[in-house]
Design a protein. Sequence first.
Length: 132
Amino acid sequence: MTDHTEMSPLSFKIAFMVCATIALINATMVGFGLWFTTGKPVWETHLPSYVLGAALWGGLAAAIFMLHRIAIAFIAVILVRKGFGLWQIYNANHEAEMLFGSSVALFSIVSLAIVIFVAEFVVKAWRRGYLV
């Protein structure tokens, strides 16, 4: 008989790899941004957003790797950030911002689904006592 209280090590690996991959993508975007952005102040670009994304997703990956319950806080901050991003997109005033915002909104909804997937795993691991 299978004990359904145990979690598969594969689910830990999948959640960790998803978070680490997204952190790596954000860090790569920071590198490209630093390489190609010249003459503009950094705060007028998307670099701070990518730095924050790399830090949050990297922190979540590290928390999952260490099986620490701080992962729940990282998920909460990422969810607030995604929600605020969607709120910003749908409150745009100009048509150009709305057209650009629709593609960004689609990406935000997909990334929100990824956050919910990882959140489900983390909450399940926390309830079963795997997180310390």
